[in-house]
Design a protein around this ligand. Structure first.
Ligand code: ATR
Length: 287
């Protein structure tokens, strides 16, 4: 027995997302949609788990025969040392967002980098990755850098409010960094700019970056998805730049997690996006 109230095994395949807070998570809607489409007998639910309870919570899910779980704030980094095996992405990014319970062992994965790159491809197609500027130097930036480097991006520059943090991350991943004050210069040659900070999210301060400094052929991606069209994306779009929203990363990281657990690759489509927008209280997509 542990602290969580789990589903009994008559529910079929059981999965969960663990976090604190967790009420806002869209993962149950995403995975529930895919399970229903496949007529898979199973349930995916959200579990509130405090940081200090993660070891016992994972042990409890494993013991209870859950197929897997996703991890969100504040668990992604803490889970590293709790997994028996880690995939290369989880190791390099330093965070686990997906756990597969495999014959009593915990296999840890990170599907965020895949999610970001797949979303970029789905929304923008093959865009030039010659000069990429990444805003932020936190956990989300790590996944984005990893994904972009794997995709062949050679020139990546980190811009972060705290320059020392950007420097440390840049050295770890072998990329460049620049001081926030130099943003206009750095942005002037960017083919892609990615916001990995939470700035611009509902309830957070806006992101103080002027997209006027970007070249006309640049693309802008935001990992924030509430609101779907952040002020950053709106101003980029107003300039005629290509934009990618953050909801794609959320859906595609889930797609990879589902495939790890069940083998089948679920489809990310407009119907799924529409139901997420509805849950977020966003207006429907046009067209
Ligand atoms: P996550 O793991 O979600 O990426 P994080 O590690 O807290 O979260 O990182 C948040 C990022 O947003 C950091 O790059 C942070 O900049 P600092 O390293 O200077 O803290 C950035 N950020 C948060 N609030 C900010 C603000 N008001 N202005 C500029 N950058 C901010």
């Amino acid at each position: 027995m542990g602290p969580l109230s789990l589903l009994d095994d008559s529910a079929g395949a059981r999965c969960a997302v663990l976090g604190d807070p967790i009420g806002q998570s869209l993962s149950p809607l995403i995975h529930g949609t895919w399970m229903a489409r496949e007529e898979r007998v199973g349930l995916y639910h959200a579990l509130q788990v405090l940081a200090e309870d993660l070891p016992v919570a994972l042990a409890q899910l494993n013991e209870a025969g859950y197929t897997g779980c996703n991890l969100t704030i504040p668990h992604k980094e803490n889970a590293l040392s709790l997994c028996d095996e880690l995939d290369g992405a989880a190791r390099a990014i330093g965070a686990v967002n997906t756990v597969h319970f495999c014959e009593g062992k915990l296999h840890g994965y990170n599907t965020d980098a895949y999610g970001f790159m797949a979303a970029l491809q789905a929304q923008l197609g093959d865009i030039p990755l010659e000069h990429v500027v990444i805003l932020g130097a936190g956990g989300a930036a790590r996944a984005v850098i990893y994904g972009l480097k794997k995709a062949g991006a050679k020139d990546i520059t980190l811009l972060n409010r705290t320059a020392t943090r950007a420097q440390a991350l840049a050295e770890e991943f072998g990329v460049g960094y620049a001081a926030w004050e130099n943003a206009p210069n750095v942005l002037g040659r960017a083919t892609l700019m990615v916001n990995t900070t939470s700035l611009g999210m509902a309830g957070q301060p806006p992101l103080a970056i002027d997209v006027a400094a970007l070249p006309a052929h640049a693309a802008v991606a935001d990992i924030v998805y509430k609101p779907l069209m952040t002020e950053l994306l709106k101003s980029a779009q107003a300039r005629g730049l290509k934009v990618a929203t953050g909801l794609g990363m959320l859906m595609h990281q889930a797609q990879a997690a589902y495939q790890i657990w069940f083998g089948a690759r679920p489809v990310v489509d407009a119907a799924l996006e529409q139901s997420l927008l509805e849950a977020l209280g966003e207006p429907p997509l046009c067209g």
